[in-house]
Write a new protein. Structure first.
Length: 303
């Protein structure tokens, strides 16, 4: 197995509590296998089918044979559909300073309305791909990590009322908003956009998409991030200043959100540098986690 390629046991990893592991409720077990199946479909896009066949077979067999699932063979379609949304994405909308503690740790005022910036979809770095690594461009020596809840839009949304905003959510993901803080500081001082600091290739690492039904309340999650196994960030999404429904409504009043578009909802406190050779591990507690290496960007031409 190639380095960085997840095994079937790594595709879903519920954090260990150190004691006996109780049997999970049915809906949780259904989601586990549904989600694994969606990852298989995602991998087959960039890897030969033969390399995924064993995982594909074991997952689908488990779904069909599980005595409590019975005729639930159609369940993987839900997760697969959520994952396909990301392939249709046209833009990434970042929300800055959406956690009070994070705004204060960088010396920024707490915003009275959302602070928005755009990132291209070319900055996506998909978790689970063998070659997935955050790239630090010359002459930088480090980037800052920012762990975030990503909201994936399910269909075209324009001028959406806050009351119906959740109807436009197709799923969620764990994402990192990698930031060249030195470049951002220069841009802020000059009153310039943050594009150079936020939009470069691999600057948006992202997990597979978790179906909306698996996260009934995005305001009740815990985000965390470690660098070389040292905890750097941890915080609840309940600390967001602007909640998911408001963000969807607000953003869609400014620009049309399209199917697959991603909203990065902000980061809790604890942001800091990650350097070449280090490893980032991050997650949404009890839902999903992802790992990314950090390496120097190679300036090799590719068509």
């Amino acid at each position: 197995m190639k380095r960085g390629t997840p095994s079937s046991s790594q595709l879903w990893r519920k954090p260990s509590t150190g004691g006996p592991r109780p049997r999970s409720p049915l809906h949780y077990r259904i989601f586990v296998w549904t989600f694994r199946f969606s990852l298989v479909i995602s991998f087959t896009r960039s890897r030969p089918l033969s390399s995924c066949w064993h995982l594909w077979s074991s997952t689908t067999s488990r779904l069909r044979s599980h005595p409590e699932l019975g005729a639930s063979a159609a369940l993987p379609a839900m997760a697969a559909a959520a994952q396909r949304l990301l392939a249709a994405s046209t833009k990434i909308v970042g929300v800055g300073r959406n956690y009070v503690a994070h705004a204060k740790e960088l010396g920024n005022p707490v915003p009275k309305e959302p602070v928005l910036f755009l990132k291209p979809t070319s900055s996506f770095l998909h978790a689970g791909v063998a070659t997935a690594a955050v790239e630090v461009p010359e002459p930088l020596e480090s980037l800052h990590h920012e762990v975030e809840l990503a909201v994936v839009i399910s269909r075209r949304a324009r001028d959406v009322p806050e009351a119906s905003a959740m109807d436009f959510v197709g799923g969620y993901a764990l994402a990192l908003d990698m930031t060249a803080r030195d470049l951002q500081s220069v841009a802020k001082s000059a009153g310039l956009p943050w594009t150079l600091a936020k939009a470069q290739d691999t600057f948006t690492p992202i997990s597979a998409v978790v179906p909306k039904s698996a996260i009934p309340n995005p305001d009740d999650l815990e985000l965390w991030l470690k660098v070389d196994d040292e905890l750097k960030q941890k915080g609840p999404t309940s600390d967001m200043i602007f909640k998911v429904p408001f963000l969807i409504s607000y953003i869609s009043s400014i620009m049309t959100l399209m199917e697959g578009d991603v909203i990065l909802t902000g980061t809790p406190e604890g942001v800091g540098p990650v350097r070449i050779g280090q490893k980032i591990k991050a997650g949404i507690t009890g839902i999903i986690e992802a790992e990314f290496d950090v390496q120097r960007r190679s300036r090799t031409f590719s068509a």
